[in-house]
Design a protein around this ligand. Sequence first.
Ligand code: HEC
Ligand code: HEC
Ligand code: HEC
Ligand code: HEC
Length: 342
Amino acid sequence: MSSKKHWSWSILLVAASVLTAGCESPLIETPPVQTVQRGFRGLGMVEIYNPDTLAAQAKINEPAAVQPLPAGGPPASSQFKNLKVLGNLNVSEFTGLMLALTAWVSPEQGCNYCHVEGDMASDNIYTKVVSRRMLQMTQEINQNWKTHVAATGVNCYTCHRGQPVPPNIWFTNPGPRTAMGPMGWRNGQNAPEKNVGFTALPYDPLTKFLKNTNDLRVEPRTALPTGDNPKSLVQTEETYALMVYMSKALGVNCTYCHNTQAFMDWTLSPPQRTTAWHGINLTKELNNNFLEPLQPVFPANRLGPLGDAPKVGCATCHQNAYKPFYGALAVKDFPVLATKKH
Ligand code: HEC
Ligand code: HEC
Ligand code: HEC
Ligand code: HEC
């Protein structure tokens, strides 16, 4: 009798630990999860904030404390031999920017991460060639994508965070080919993949929507199947996979951008959805006009499993915050990064 009791207790214990293992600690401990109502009351447009996650996030999202040098000295182009982007700066500003690039991208490696030792003018090192294009990309984002980045803007640190290879880049993902060994076909889904929250959704929505096409809309506009909605279940799953990726990239719920009464309806959606729409187009431009064309410049060990160039996603800039650095201004101290016509 007593051993039977013992057994049932241990089964209960095991069951309880299995059940709670998936829970985040604030559900069972203090401090409690906070919910903030963002839409009209009664609509369930709620954001959930977990204090532990927020504290970890705050650390990642501190902007770099890098100061520019005051303007001074002759034009940099008169002193240096091989300037294609920064020639209009004066020597003091130029030096300040080189110090900033080092702090943002290669603080441990130093100047020579991008320079051939003893010959600063040489382009015979791929990191310098890439950096020059990165300067132009940063100017393009800040000058021509104010619909997305507003006056906040981005600098190298927004993506790089003190590392030569930014933490949240992606490649076209061929994924596991088969379900169970050589039998079965996964169709690019039904395998746990971090980008889509370990769901059964297609695991590479990024190549499709952040590089190739804009074809995201899947909801029918009429109640009955009257032929205006040619989208398949597979296409719907791809859209949802991207939505899961975007929500994770920003650390928000679907209701940050949608009223779940009707996901498709723009008039019911918060303004953030429009910003996100520009963000999708911005990300595509960065991948198609800047990263992918650099493919031949990158060494083989920087390329993806299919030989493609590393690419930018929402998470590359946002790093799980609704705004990178929670909105701290990123370009105001370095006007050369704000426009191509500096
Ligand atoms: C993340 C890459 C990167 C780092 C780190 C970097 N630079 Fe540069 N540097 C560049 C690029 C790109 C150019 C070319 C800019 C242009 O074409 O307008 C350049 C150009 C120069 C030039 C001009 C050379 C010439 O004659 O044309 C000098 C001098 C220079 N850098 C010094 C430095 C110093 C000193 C440091 C370290 C404090 C440094 N750089 C760190 C990317 C970098
Ligand atoms: C929108 C995001 C983004 C911004 C902003 C950005 N980069 Fe990059 N950068 C990338 C990505 C993606 C790569 C490719 C990663 C790789 O090289 O494997 C990259 C690669 C590089 C590399 C090559 C590193 C290596 O070891 O292969 C250098 C150097 C670099 N960036 C410098 C800069 C500089 C300097 C700036 C600011 C003027 C800048 N980046 C701004 C996303 C960004
Ligand atoms: C950061 C903002 C944002 C978040 C978060 C977000 N979405 Fe979206 N969603 C959009 C945008 C923007 C579009 C429209 C894209 C377009 O039309 O090109 C869209 C489109 C959709 C569509 C297609 C609507 C149609 O017209 O057919 C569905 C369905 C959808 N989202 C569901 C979701 C779900 C489910 C979540 C949570 C997992 C989510 N979204 C999270 C911004 C967001
Ligand atoms: C090049 C960097 C970069 C990329 C890539 C990027 N964003 Fe942003 N995003 C920003 C910056 C900077 C802001 C802040 C703008 C501001 O202060 O209003 C922002 C703001 C937003 C906002 C508004 C947040 C709010 O509360 O007002 C949304 C939503 C958003 N981004 C969604 C996305 C989505 C979705 C993607 C990918 C499809 C994306 N972003 C890709 C840099 C980026």
